[in-house]
Design a protein around this ligand. Structure first.
Ligand SMILES: Cc1ncc(COP(=O)(O)O)c(C=O)c1O
Length: 455
C-alpha cells in the first residue's frame, strides 16, 4: 500500500499551547482528545486514529494506507473522496443546506426519490426519507401498524435492525442490544432465521422447512396471523453473521404474507444498493417485498435512510402520521443522486457480482488449506468467513475471529467481524473494486491467517 506524507513529529504541550492531550492529538493520536470526553458507550474495532481516505485506501494519522474492505460498515461503497459524490456535495452545500422538507419541495430530494423508484421493482414507487437505518426501520414498523390496524410484528432471531427502541425490540443479534431496556415494544415475536450453516447442516431445504414450520407454530400458538401487521427480514443477516436466507425460504415467506395479508418488510440497509450483485438482495429470490428499508450506502457516507413502498400504503399511512426535521436533507440527497448515477453509468451492480465471485472462489481456496475456516458464504460483495474450532462440531472460534480483525489491519487490510460469537469475518469491499484489489485483499487475509496462533 502507498504511504502518505503526514509528518510524525511529536510536538510538546507547550509548543501546541494546550493540554498534553492536545499535544498528543497534534502528533496524530486522536484517542487522546477523544477518550476524556466522548462517551465510552461505543464499542470500537480499532484503537487507531484515522486521517483521510482516497479511493479504496483509508489512511491513519501516521500516513499508513489500508485497503478498506470494511467501507464504514457497508457505507462508503464507492470508496473515499469519490469525485462525483464530493462534487455533488460541494455544489449542494454552496446552494442550500437545509430547509426541512415539511416546508416545501427541493430538487435533489424529489430527484433522488424518482431515481429510487426507478431502481426498485414495481409497484414500489413511493419514498419516505429519514436519516439512518434505524429511522427507516422505525418508519416501516409505524407504517405497518397504522395501515393494517394490526399490532403484531414478527422478526427473526439473530437479526440486527438498529438501536432505537422499536428497532432494538426486533433486534437479537446480541443480548447487549436488549439488556436492561425492557419493556421493549409489545407484540413483537421472534422466530428462528433459516441459518443454513449453523443449525441446518448446510441443507437449504431443511433450513427453509424448519424456519417455515416455526413460523406456522408461532401463528398457531402465540399470535394469529390475522393479528400480524408485518414480518421484517434481512435477506442476508448482516450483524448476525452474514447468513443468506435460502431463496426458497424468501419465496415461501412472501407467499405466507400474501396468504394472511401481512406486510413483508425487507431490511436492505446493509445488503442493498448493489452490494450483493443485485440492486437489492431480495431480487436473488425473485420476490418483491411490500416495504424496503435502506440507508448506509445510499449516500456513500452522509446520513440518510429511507423506506420505499407502493403508493397506496403511504397514502393510507396518512398525512402527518410520521415526520422528520433533517430526513431527506438536500446535501445527503445530492450525494445519493451521484451514487445512483455512478452505479448505473459504471455498471457497478454487475461488477459487484463478478468481483464477488472472484472473492468467494479465492476465499474458498484458503478454506481448502485451513481447517479453521468452517464456511465461506454470501452473495456478491457481501461475503462472510466463519471461523470454527472444529469443522465437524462447527464450534465457533471467537478468539480467532477477534484476532484476525487486528491481524488483517497489521497486514494493511480492513475487515470487520460479526455474528453472535464474533467469529465471522465479513468482507465488504467497495462495489467498484477491481480484480487486483480482490486478489490483494485475499493475499493479506491469507498472511493474517498465517500470523494468528493455531495456523
Ligand atoms: C441490516 C441493518 N439494519 C439496520 C441497521 C441500523 O442502521 P443505523 O446504524 O444507520 O441506524 C443496520 C446497521 O448496521 C443494519 O446492518
Amino acid at each position: 500500500m502507498s504511504t502518505g506524507d503526514k509528518p510524525t513529529a511529536s510536538p510538546s504541550a507547550a509548543s501546541t499551547g494546550g493540554t498534553p492531550e492536545m499535544a498528543l492529538a497534534a502528533a496524530g493520536d486522536y484517542a487522546a482528545i477523544s477518550k476524556p470526553h466522548l462517551s465510552p458507550i461505543l464499542g470500537r474495532y480499532y484503537e487507531r486514529s484515522w486521517e483521510r481516505g482516497e479511493g479504496h485506501t483509508l489512511y491513519d494519522s501516521s500516513g499508513r494506507g489500508f485497503l478498506d474492505f470494511a467501507c464504514g460498515i457497508a457505507t462508503t461503497s464507492l470508496g473515499h473522496h469519490h469525485p462525483a459524490v464530493t462534487q455533488a456535495i460541494k455544489d449542494q452545500a454552496d446552494k442550500l443546506l437545509h430547509i426541512c422538507n415539511a416546508l416545501g419541495y427541493l430538487e435533489p430530494v424529489g430527484q433522488l426519490a424518482t431515481m429510487l423508484a426507478e431502481v426498485c421493482p414495481k409497484p414500489l414507487d413511493t419514498v419516505f426519507f429519514g436519516n439512518s437505518g434505524a429511522e427507516a426501520v422505525e418508519a416501516s414498523l409505524k407504517l405497518a401498524r397504522r395501515v393494517t390496524g394490526r399490532p403484531g410484528i414478527v422478526a427473526f432471531r439473530g437479526a440486527f435492525h438498529g438501536r432505537t427502541f422499536g428497532a432494538a425490540s426486533i433486534t437479537s443479534s446480541s443480548i447487549s442490544y436488549r439488556l436492561g431496556y425492557e419493556p421493549l415494544l409489545p407484540s413483537v415475536y421472534l422466530t428462528p432465521y433459516p441459518n443454513v450453516y449453523r443449525y441446518f447442516g448446510e441443507d437449504e431445504e431443511a433450513a427453509t422447512a424448519g424456519a417455515m414450520g416455526a413460523l406456522r407454530t408461532l401463528f398457531a400458538h402465540e399470535i394469529p396471523a390475522t393479528s400480524v401487521a408485518a414480518i421484517i427480514i434481512e435477506p442476508i443477516q448482516g450483524e448476525g453473521g452474514f447468513s443468506p436466507a435460502p431463496l426458497s425460504f424468501l419465496r415461501e415467506l412472501r407467499a405466507l404474507c400474501d396468504e394472511h395479508g401481512i406486510l413483508l418488510i425487507c431490511d436492505e440497509i446493509q445488503s442493498g444498493i448493489g452490494r450483493t450483485g443485485r440492486m437489492w438482495a431480495f431480487e436473488h429470490a425473485g420476490i418483491v417485498p411490500d416495504v424496503i428499508c435502506l440507508a448506509k450506502a445510499l449516500s456513500n457516507g452522509l446520513p440518510i435512510g429511507a423506506i420505499v413502498s407502493r403508493r397506496d400504503l403511504q397514502e393510507r399511512w396518512g398525512v402527518g402520521a410520521h415526520g422528520t426535521t433533517f430526513g431527506g436533507n438536500p446535501v445527503s440527497c445530492a450525494a445519493g443522486i451521484a451514487v445512483l448515477e455512478t452505479i448505473s453509468r459504471q455498471g457497478l451492480v454487475a461488477n459487484s457480482e463478478a468481483r464477488g465471485q472472484e472473492l468467494m472462489t479465492a476465499l474458498q481456496g484458503l478454506m481448502a488449506k485451513d481447517e479453521r475456516i468452517g464456511n465461506v458464504r454470501g452473495r456478491g460483495l457481501m461475503v462472510g468467513v466463519e471461523m470454527v474450532k472444529d469443522r465437524a462440531t462447527r464450534d465457533p472460534d471467537t478468539a480467532t475471529g477477534e484476532a484476525l480483525v487486528q491481524a488483517c489491519a497489521d497486514q494493511g487490510l480492513l475487515v470487520l467481524n460479526c455474528g453472535m460469537h464474533h467469529n465471522v469475518i465479513r468482507f465488504l469491499p467497495p462495489i467498484d473494486t477491481a480484480s487486483e484489489e480482490i486478489a490483494q485483499g485475499v493475499e493479506m487475509f491469507g498472511a493474517a491467517l498465517r500470523s494468528v496462533p493455531g495456523a
